[in-house]
Design a protein around this ligand. Structure first.
Ligand code: ATP
Length: 268
């Protein structure tokens, strides 16, 4: 039996949904990610930041298996994704949704058809049920019902992000990966998107892995922040720790003029 002290320590440990260990990712001789560990806790919004070219998107793509690793392991829901059988891997992959940087909707399909696509590919649901579920997801992300029949070219940037999020949510994922979801949105649209993510986290219990440059998103939406630089993890923790970090890039980013404008210095 577990020692009562150990049991209570285990009860206080956050549950991890993703465990990245000793990750190395590179192209040719060049390693973009040069060995780091990163945990993602169940039900948190983790913001991943770092200078341009630091490898934030590369890390995200390696975690979801779109880029090969040179070394290291990625465990999702306790499954080592490299050691897993194709069937095990697929069952884990079905538990996450991804929103890529450009939204990546199919331009020749309506919003409804875009959102329905993963349901058509991965479930045995009938056409009527697929349409009903897709319409529900469209409503869930705050789009009007009429948006379902529009094509991506007829939507604003904010609506495209929402439609792409509806598609990422179509299979009721436990985790969503977001690559710069508020890039290109005006501050009001970006703030509304952050609020939506926070509401979805609270109501659906989602875990969110979000690459972002947006200081407002980091400040208002993220429970913890992971900062990457030079292929390494510089720091991970809440905003209150980020603002104390003395690395020059961190100081500039979290204590500079833009951070102050976002009210970050004041919160620390
Ligand atoms: N397929 C690829 N082949 C070669 N190099 C690549 C490839 N994908 C990314 N890189 C390189 O890896 C580095 C990290 O890129 P990545 O897109 O992850 O940066 P990032 O931190 O997301 O930057 P940004 O904030 O500008 O989006 C860059 O130097 C990029 O040129």
């Amino acid at each position: 039996m577990m020692d009562p002290k150990e049991a209570s320590a285990a009860a206080n440990e956050p549950e991890l949904v993703i465990k990245v260990k000793d990750l190395v990712v590179g192209f040719g001789d060049r390693n973009v990610i040069d060995g780091f560990d990163l945990d993602v806790r169940k039900g948190e919004i983790l913001g991943v930041v770092g200078p341009s070219g630091a490898g934030k998107s590369v890390t995200l793509r390696a975690v979801i298996g779109l880029l090969p690793k040179k070394a290291g392991t990625v465990e999702v829901f306790g499954v080592d994704m490299d050691a897993a059988t194709p069937k095990e891997r697929l069952s884990v992959e079905r538990r996450w949704g991804v929103l890529f940087q450009q939204g990546a909707l199919f331009s020749s399909l309506t919003v409804l058809q875009n959102v329905a696509m993963p349901l058509r590919e991965h479930t045995d649901l009938g056409a009527k049920m697929i349409e009903d579920v897709a319409r529900l997801k469209i409503e869930l992300v705050g789009l009007k019902p009429e948006a379902a029949d529009r094509f991506p070219s007829e939507l604003s940037g904010g609506m495209i992000k929402r439609a792409a999020l509806a598609r990422a949510l179509s299979l009721d994922p436990d985790i969503v990966f977001l690559d710069e979801p508020t890039a290109g949105l005006d501050p009001i649209g970006a703030n509304a998107f952050d609020r939506l993510i926070m509401t979805l986290k609270d109501t659906l219990g989602l875990t969110v892995y979000m690459v972002t440059h947006d200081l407002d998103s980091l400040n208002t939406a993220c429970d913890r922040i992971a900062a990457l630089k030079g292929g390494k993890l510089l720091a991970v923790g809440p905003m209150s720790e980020m603002v104390k970090n003395d690395d020059p890039w961190m100081k500039d980013y979290f204590r500079g003029e833009r951070a102050r404008a976002a009210g970050i210095g004041a919160a620390a």
